[in-house]
Design a protein around this ligand. Structure first.
Ligand code: HEM
Length: 397
């Protein structure tokens, strides 16, 4: 656990997990190293400020959840993979800066299919399909994404930035998203059209894929755990801070990226890995470290939201990464880790907790007639099909 923290902070280890996925990941924030990474992160970090997460969680997200859920609630059933992606697609499109002018299910579906292809390209190293087939699909998806989504979003932002420069509109009227920040302050020689497309495509898929999968794991873990004793459902309903603790426990058990890979840019000695030659690859086993009994106790493999975790270890372990590439969406999805007594009314819970509470409040349960299935498309242990029903007898209100 602690060796990983030290290793991921080493300045001479560079990102290596996405080399195979260069078709969509080359020159994106996640794959840059050293000074170029520092500068890019500083630029884009302007969007990811805490006050924004808080505002987003309180004002924008509840509407997103309501509109994404309304048809499913009326039908009395949903499918979590589809729902998870629909909800998180809106979330990451807002941050990336991709407009959805039609606001139609068809438009979201189209963006989703493109982003699912980007995701498969980014994690190509874990794909079970022929890699060249995946790369060809990613190229086709990029060719579709640019004219249908990116160009109009760029044009609208350029017009707003021109209005702002001419004093016709206030700063507040500018969108707060990655695309606006890049168009306003990014170096045009760095952000060639190709790099801009990949960077925005990276933001769309980085947040969507991981959030959707983590949400389904947490639904399954919480449901399975609560079903063992009926009073657990009462605790989940009554205590949202405890509910968030359950989500963090699930995030620990199922990190969206089970491993991080880095390549040594010079010879070095690493705690836990020993001597590493220049160019050698180091694998950081995040999922394994998150189940280390020395850190999380003898029941580290089990979902136990009552466990206590000592600082500086976070309750979700290395799930959001560590060091210079630490996830920029961490507080958005996971919320703030409560320190001492916090006010449940104002505490930032994170979007995963909020969505799951909404589902359980409507009596969501796995569909007993159609059991969930693990995805066969990737070596990552994700759910591929998770039908649920809304049982009015189990609803919280
Ligand atoms: C449960 C959900 C999520 C998980 C588990 C997760 C996990 C991670 C991890 C492990 C990394 C670091 C990878 C490495 O070190 O190689 C990372 C980086 C990143 N994540 Fe997330 N992420 C999640 C959601 C999001 C969301 C919602 C967004 C944005 C809307 C986001 C944006 C980013 C960005 C921009 C980086 C790159 C940071 C950098 O390279 O400097 N993530 N994420």
């Amino acid at each position: 656990m602690h060796d990983i923290s030290a290793g991921l902070r080493h300045p001479d280890l560079k990102q290596a997990l996405y080399d195979d996925g260069a078709v969509i990941m080359a020159d994106t924030l996640l794959t840059l190293h050293g000074e170029p990474h520092r500068n890019r992160r500083k630029l884009e970090f302007r969007v990811f400020r805490k006050d924004y997460f808080h505002w987003y969680e309180r004002t924008v997200f509840p509407d997103t959840v309501r509109s994404s859920l309304s048809d499913d609630l009326a039908a009395g059933r949903s499918e979590l993979v589809d729902l998870g992606y629909r909800v998180t697609m809106n979330l990451t499109a807002d941050f990336a800066g991709i407009d959805r002018p039609e606001q139609s299910a068809e438009e979201t579906g189209r963006l989703l299919r493109l982003v699912a292809t980007f995701s498969e390209g980014a994690t190509i190293v874990h794909s079970k399909r022929p890699k060249d087939d995946v790369r060809a699909e990613v190229r086709a998806a990029i060719a579709d994404f640019e004219p249908h989504f990116l160009s109009a979003s760029v044009a609208r932002r350029r017009a707003l930035l021109a209005d702002h420069a001419a004093g016709r509109i206030d700063e507040d009227a500018l969108p707060r998203d990655v695309l606006t920040v890049i168009l306003r302050d990014g170096d045009p020689t760095e952000f060639t059209p190709e790099v801009l497309t990949r960077e925005i495509g990276f933001y769309l898929q980085a947040g969507a894929h991981s959030t959707a999968n983590s949400t389904i794991h947490a639904f399954h873990d919480i449901y399975t755990w609560a079903e063992e004793r009926s009073e657990r459902w009462d605790q989940l309903r009554e205590d949202p801070i405890f509910f968030q603790r359950c989500v963090h426990e699930s995030l620990r058990l199922h990190p969206a990226s089970p491993v991080a890979w880095r390549a040594a840019t010079c010879p070095m000695s690493l705690p836990g890995a020993g001597e590493v030659a220049e160019g050698e690859m180091v694998e950081f086993r995040l999922a394994e470290a998150n189940r280390d009994p020395a850190v999380f106790g003898p029941d580290a493999d089990v979902f136990n939201p009552y466990r206590t975790v000592k600082a500086p270890t976070l309750p979700f372990g290395h799930t959001f990464g560590t060091g210079v590439h630490t996830c920029l969406g961490r507080d958005l999805d996971g919320g703030a880790v409560p320190k001492g007594d916090v006010d449940p009314e104002t505490h930032p819970y994170g979007t995963i907790t909020l969505l799951l509470r909404e589902l359980f409040a409507h009596g969501a349960r796995p569909d007993p007639t159609d059991p969930p299935q693990i995805s066969t498309k990737t070596e990552r242990p994700n759910w591929g099909h998770y039908p649920i029903i809304f049982d009015p007898k189990k609803a919280w209100r």
